[in-house]
Design a binder for this molecule. Structure first.
Ligand SMILES: Cc1ncc(COP(=O)(O)O)c(C=O)c1O
Length: 389
């Protein structure tokens, strides 16, 4: 298809980026499991677009085209993991002696790479409460080269107003990158709200079946694609064709899964609100959610992530997780299997306690990623685990 793909989201999700294989007619883009590509002659080097699979691979290209058709923008790049996407993006945009602003609540790995790896190369990162645009404006310095937000944030679900931060960023000529992993382009499209780059751990809702780890970025302008592609190639952080193949299949049902998983999440959240052993529940679809107005304004759905605090603190939280039989105690999220995570000991273990507490990642926070199982079974399991405390 030439030009912008104007078909509906659910059509693009299944069809964009893939044509029947020109040799066999296979309906799925094959796994081009190859290191290199034979060139017809020196003069025709790169005539077919590929030279070596660290730089590019046709199965990965098909996934990149599909993600672009869903997020908007001019192009996408896929990576070995979400962290590779994050690291390459930061390294491409910020150099030694320069400064980046990151949301104070981000995935623990993003905080870790900024404070334990990139700092060693002279990149300075400030963690700012980006839920208030005035804080971002205040944190901008003469050498600030990046504003990186995550919304909803892992694990507290704190929201950042994408349009408002993009406006601040644009006024200062600083790119705004949004980690859109929790909602996917089905529910939230940061580029349409003014962001420059949107980023995913495709490990989560995009692939959705706990099979692969991967990452992606989609950019609104070609220069960013070229800068980030250069770093990806130098570091060898590319996605493999096998992972791209699985992700191309998973993404076909992304919106259908999200609708069903979000409906389950709302039922689970409503149940938790009524249980006497639960102190607090946060889900953007609940009336009680602190940033409900923003949740409804910038996204068309609320997703399948929620968290709660059990009465009795950490010990009760641990007992609850031991009591669960259907929910799996595991680090991933966004999959068809429902997962429970204790963020403090698992996903955010490397974050200093004072910083964690200040960001609202409390010791007793239990994070749920609601899957596709029957909501009744998921609630029954939570009920027996909570009743048994
Ligand atoms: C919001 C968010 N961004 C990025 C990542 C990193 O992705 P990956 O685990 O695929 O490297 C994660 C992982 O949990 C995440 O939750």
């Amino acid at each position: 298809m030439s030009g912008k793909d104007t078909r509906h989201f659910k059509t693009r999700e299944v069809r964009a980026g893939v044509k029947p294989d020109p040799v066999t007619g296979a309906i799925l883009t094959p796994i081009y499991q190859t290191t290199t590509y034979v060139q017809e002659s020196v003069d025709k080097y790169l005539a077919k677009g590929y030279s070596y699979s660290r730089s590019g691979n046709p199965t990965v290209t098909a996934l990149e085209a599909r993600i672009t058709a869903l997020e908007g923008g001019v192009g996408s790049l896929c990576f070995a993991t979400g962290m590779a996407a994050t690291s390459c993006t930061i390294m491409a945009l910020v150099g030694s002696g320069q400064h980046a602003i990151l949301s104070d609540v981000v995935y623990g790995g993003t905080h870790r790479v900024a404070t334990k790896v990139l700092n060693r190369w002279g990149l300075e990162c400030s963690f700012v409460d980006t839920s208030n645009p005035a804080n971002v404006e205040k944190a901008i310095r003469e050498n600030t080269r990046l504003i990186f937000t995550e919304t909803p944030a892992n694990p507290t679900l704190k929201l950042t107003d994408i349009a408002a931060i993009s406006e601040v960023a644009r006024a200062h000529g600083i790119p705004h990158v949004v980690d859109n992993t929790f909602l996917t382009p089905f529910y939230q499209r940061p580029l349409e709200l003014g962001a420059d780059i949107t980023l995913h751990s495709t490990t989560k809702f995009m692939e959705g079946h706990n099979i692969t780890v991967g990452g992606s970025i989609t950019a609104a302008n070609k220069d960013h694609i070229e800068q980030i592609m250069f770093v990806r190639n130098c570091l060898g952080s590319n996605m493999t064709p096998m992972v791209a193949f699985y992700t191309l299949q998973g993404i076909k049902t992304m919106s259908t899964r999200l609708e069903a998983q979000s409906a389950n999440a709302l039922k689970v959240a409503r149940f938790l609100e009524t249980h006497p052993n639960v102190d607090r529940v946060a889900y953007p679809g609940l009336e009680s959610f602190a940033q409900k107005e923003l949740a409804d304004r910038q996204a068309s759905g609320h997703g399948s992530m929620l968290w709660f605090e059990v009465h009795g603190g950490v010990q009760s939280g641990k007992k609850l997780m031991d009591n669960l039989k259907l929910w799996s105690l595991a680090e991933n999220l966004g999959s068809v299997e429902s997962l429970v995570t204790h963020s403090v000991t698992m996903t955010h273990a490397d974050m200093p306690r004072e910083e964690r507490m200040a960001a609202g990642i409390t010791d007793g926070l239990v994070r749920l990623s609601t899957g596709l199982e029957s909501a009744e079974d998921l609630i029954d399991d939570l009920k027996q685990a909570l009743d048994g405390l």
